[in-house]
Ligand binder design. Structure first.
Ligand code: F6R
Length: 616
């Protein structure tokens, strides 16, 4: 949730830290701060509540310079988002810490540290870390040893970076439950929560594993694993250009990312489909053997990724004939689950660092080791170096590229593509697909980027429709079949970026309660591909019109729905019914985007949210 950046170099690193924070701002944006060891050997700090731009202004007004420093952008958990609670936190004037995560035993540590004479000046859980480290530093005289001594006393989730005025030759760091990556330079090294923050300075990265401790010096790094043993971690070279973190010609990252969908869907298909078939080995060398044993699929995910999983359930059962259960990770992780025999455990995540999804995977892996536990785990993920991918048996990477807008768009559609590939692969290996279905859908997938381009060409029409929402406070989204999760995703997008209350219902549920809400002030949005449910859907739409409700319908040209009094029809390009959830997502993304723009909200960084939810 919070973002961490650190640097040690022969040059002034303040601008590098600031640029890193800007690139990490998607992780949290209620305050930001930087601490730098200046040329006189004093730790200097600037902090501001609000966005990184406020900190940037503070640094213009009162510049800082130094060759060692740490910085932070915050998403508040403990303590209000004010300057006093902003990181870096100090103990005395010589030790500074930035932290991402939650220290669960902070109250107990606070009491103990107060007893040792430490005075607390913030309401954060983080402040216990810096005082505890200070205490350990007094005992050991060495920053790295002090960190090693402090870690066993910290319970919870953390990514930490620490600097000390007494030891200007190093930056020390550790992670447990929150990601950290070291960026390797020449004669200089860096640290961040996400490699994206450092792509301006390097393309070589070392990802810390759970429990690793790192000592980062200008010319070398040393690592210890969670058992305290020295360890080497692989260096990963990143090839994609640093421009991914740039808005380019677009007004917002969200719009840029919506428009990238034809390209990233194409990329997600590359190397995964052959002439008329899905390449099962794309899921890993053991995939074919494992898939042959699968009799059931359990999907676990959060938010938008959960909606992708809901669509997949329709596909897995209808096309591949495999029973499928899906649940949100925050519930699944704490539930006593009955494991269906021979179940494949599938997680879906853009970031691969979502705390609830990771915890659910870890529980499932523990069950796999038991008799009758899960067969194997598969991650559908956008970040190849993430904890989720590293801890799963199999993975299929979506190729969405970095997603900066907090509201997920291109990650969702690429997840859907990956899940359709999974459906076809499982169905094929287990012999559950009807004759010709694989070749037909592979051909449709090949055409999908063009269809998505056609859907995006309706941009101006959707922008016009968005005007209907400017003064509204509530909206209903309706869908049937696999379009129901698409409606849920549409409602989530609208509420998170425009702050309009939005609910999604399966259209058939309308008369069981929500119809009572329908009046002229409650627009009803629906997606209507031309399939066997369209006639049923039309009856549901009549129910809305009869109560004076205004309809916004995204419908297939041949669905037989007409524009008219109270019905705003947007015609969609024709698409194979199986792929319709992917195509119909696009106008709903554009709709929320334009409503948010009209309402003047902060589209890329909506209030109270953060991109990567690494806390519970
Ligand atoms: C909504 C959104 C969130 C995420 C959710 C899971 O636009 O982005 O609902 O989908 O926090 O995140 P990941 O996919 O990273 O596990």
């Amino acid at each position: 949730m919070c973002g961490i950046v650190g640097a040690i170099a022969e040059r002034n690193i303040t601008a590098i830290l600031l640029e890193g924070l800007k690139r990490l701002e998607y992780r949290g944006y209620d305050s930001a701060g930087v601490a730098v060891l200046d040329e006189a050997g004093r730790l200097q700090r600037r902090r501001r509540s609000g966005k990184v731009a406020e900190l940037e202004q503070a640094l213009k007004d009162e510049p800082l310079a130094g060759r060692l420093g740490i910085a932070h952008t915050r998403w508040a958990t403990h303590g209000a988002p004010c300057e006093r609670n902003a990181h870096p936190h100090f103990s005395g004037d010589g030790l500074a810490v930035v932290h991402n995560g939650i220290i669960e035993n902070h109250e107990e540590l606070r009491t103990r540290l107060k007893g040792l004479g430490y005075a607390f000046v913030s309401d954060t859980d983080t402040e216990v870390i810096v005082h505890l480290l200070h205490h350990k530093l007094k005992e050991t005289g060495d920053l790295t040893t002090a960190l090693k001594a402090a870690v066993p006393e910290l319970h919870g989730a953390y990514g930490l970076a620490v600097i000390s005025a007494d030891q200007p030759d190093r930056l020390v760091a550790t992670r447990s439950g929150s990601p950290l990556v070291i960026g390797l330079g020449i004669g200089e090294n860096f640290l961040a929560s996400d490699q994206l923050a450092l792509r301006q300075v390097t393309d070589r990265f070392v990802y810390l594993e759970e429990g690793d401790i790192a000592e980062i010096r200008r010319d070398r790094i040393s690592l210890w694993d969670n058992a305290g043993q020295p360890v080497q971690r692989e260096t990963v070279q990143y090839h994609e250009g640093a421009e991914a973190a740039d808005k380019g010609e677009y007004r917002h990252f969200m719009l840029k990312e919506i428009y990238e969908q034809p390209k990233v869907v194409q990329r997600t298909l590359e190397g995964r489909i052959g002439q008329e078939q899905v390449l099962v080995q794309a899921f890993g060398p053991q995939a074919a053997d494992l898939f042959a044993k699968v009799k059931n699929v359990q999907i676990v995910a959060c938010g938008t990724s959960y909606h992708a999983g809901m669509v997949a359930r329709y596909w897995l059962e209808a096309l591949a004939g495999i029973p499928c259960q899906i649940e949100v990770a925050s519930e699944f992780r704490y539930r006593k689950v009955v494991v269906q025999p021979d179940s494949l455990f599938v997680t879906i995540s853009q970031s691969g660092e979502t705390a609830d999804t990771l915890a659910a995977l870890r529980n499932a892996k523990a069950r796999s080791r038991e008799e009758g536990g899960y067969l194997a785990s598969l991650a559908i993920c956008n970040v190849g170096t993430s904890s989720l991918v590293r801890e799963s048996d199999l993975c299929l990477l979506t190729q969405a590229g970095p997603e900066i807008g907090v509201a997920s768009t291109k990650a969702f559609t690429t997840q859907l593509v990956a899940l359709l590939l999974l459906t076809l692969a499982l169905g094929k290996v287990r012999g559950g697909l009807e004759e010709g279905v694989e070749a037909e859908l592979v051909e449709e997938l090949r055409r999908l980027p063009t269809r998505l381009g056609e859907a995006l060409a309706m941009d101006k029409t959707v922008e016009k429709v968005a005007e209907l929402f400017a003064e509204k406070h509530h909206t209903l989204f309706l869908g049937r079949g696999a379009q129901y999760p698409v409606a849920m995703e549409g409602a989530l997008k609208l509420k998170e970026i425009s702050y309009i209350h939005a609910e999604a219902y399966p259209a058939g549920e309308l008369k069981h309660g929500p119809l009572a809400l329908v009046d002229a002030d409650m627009p009803v949005v629906t997606v209507a591909p031309n399939n066997e449910l369209v006639e049923k859907l039309k009856s549901n739409l009549q129910e809305v019109r009869a109560r004076g409700g205004e309809l916004i319908v995204f419908a297939d040209e041949e669905a037989g729905i007409e524009n008219g009094e109270g019905t705003h029809l947007v015609n969609m390009p024709h698409i194979h019914d199986v792929l319709a959830p992917i195509l119909y997502t696009l106008p709903l993304q554009l709709l929320s985007y334009y409503v948010a723009v009209l309402k003047g909200t902060d589209v890329d960084q909506p209030r109270n949210l953060a991109k990567s939810v690494t806390v519970e």
